[in-house]
Design a protein around this ligand. Structure first.
Ligand code: TXA
Ligand code: MG
Length: 322
């Protein structure tokens, strides 16, 4: 079943049932060695899924759950390896969307109370922030009996921030809805963002720990081109000259002076949180318009008060453009 969370919609199944989890991989077309996140209704239920609960986990759970944060910890022995991609660690999260919480609580009465859920999209595609995105993206791959719960537009719009607490050196594996700055404030120290992408890995290690860390991911079908702020006019004019038949969509930061010729121009917000909220919707829009090219004018991140505010947005833009 697909259900809303505050970050993106999830495609859920009983997280303690390996056969049920296998069906998620099938519907997504995702390699079976990629781990999925386990969702639970409260911190106590999360603790039951892990071997130990370090001090950092306690501090972060108190501060940010329910919310857009996933903690990676050593798995308890009853967590199926199908969930962890064969690894000894597991990702756990308490989402804050009222429908997700209600679903988890109901499932606690009826079953394990643990829902394994990746984002409800085909592997490599853009995460859904609305129920209709799920319908469009997975219609052909879901069982007719699978429900899609509609909880409206996702409030965060970007996936959760993944924090690895499974070793002695805590680190962020994926920037997301919760800023690194907010996390650092609670922990009272700096937390590096270590991107476990293929390129940084020893060649013998082939299991990607974070599928969102693949270089090309979260991508619309259009070719995404990132453009420095202020150059969008020139870029569009040039592209229209060289590709007169191309369907070009523009995500613009500057208000004026966008020349005619694009199939659509979206005005993007100057604030990182609001940008994150609507970014995937624009990617889906590009797909809907069958755009060939999506020109994205980069936000002016220097004007931001927080150094990490734009981290997640820029990460997703770069991956979409890869
Ligand atoms: O906001 C979110 O996190 C959404 C909603 C539905 O909760 N879920 C989501 O799931 O984005 P998914 O599967 O699309 O991305 C989860 C990421 C993957 O990149 C996966 O590799 C990583 O979390 N992950 C899960 N368990 C892990 C583990 N044990 N170690 C390292 N990475 C893990
Ligand atoms: Mg995903």
């Amino acid at each position: 079943m697909a259900f809303p969370t505050e970050t993106v919609y999830g495609l859920g199944a009983d997280g303690l049932n390996a056969d049920a989890v296998a069906k998620i991989f099938l519907a997504k077309g995702r390699p079976s060695n990629h781990p999925v996140i386990l969702h639970v209704s409260d911190t106590k239920a999360a603790q039951a899924l892990v071997r130990d609960w370090p001090q950092e986990a306690r501090m972060l759970a108190e501060a940010f759950w329910p919310g857009p944060m996933t903690l990676i910890l050593q798995r308890a022995s009853h967590v199926p390896l199908a969930v962890t991609g064969g690894q000894e660690t597991v990702g756990v999260r308490v989402p804050s969307h009222p429908v997700a919480l209600e679903l988890l609580r109901a499932f606690q009465k009826l079953g394990s109370g643990v829902i394994a859920a990746p984002s409800a999209n085909r592997f490599g595609a853009v995460s859904p922030t609305r129920a209709e995105d799920v319908v469009k993206g997975l219609r052909d791959y879901l069982d007719p009996a699978d429900r899609i719960l509609d909880g409206g537009d996702a409030a965060v719009g970007l996936e959760s921030t993944i924090i690895d607490l499974s070793s002695d050196s805590p680190r962020v594996l994926r920037p997301g809805g919760l800023t690194r700055e907010a996390i650092q404030k609670v922990l009272g120290r700096d937390l590096p963002w270590v991107n476990p992408s293929y390129s940084e890995r020893p060649p013998h290690e082939t299991v990607p720990r974070v599928s969102g860390a693949l270089e090309s991911h979260y991508a619309p079908r259009a070719r995404v081109i990132l453009v420095r702020q202020g150059s969008i006019q020139d870029e569009l004019t040039t592209r229209l000259k060289t590709h007169p038949l191309a369907r070009i969509m523009v995500m613009a930061m500057t208000r004026n002076d966008i020349p005619a010729g694009a199939v659509e121009v979206s005005q993007m917000p100057n604030d990182a949180a609001t940008y994150g909220q609507v970014m995937y919707r624009q990617f889906h829009r590009a797909d809907e318009l069958s755009a060939d090219i999506l020109l994205v004018e980069l936000p002016d991140t220097d004007r931001s008060t927080s150094a990490t505010a734009w981290e997640a947005v820029l990460d997703r833009l770069n991956r979409a453009a890869h």
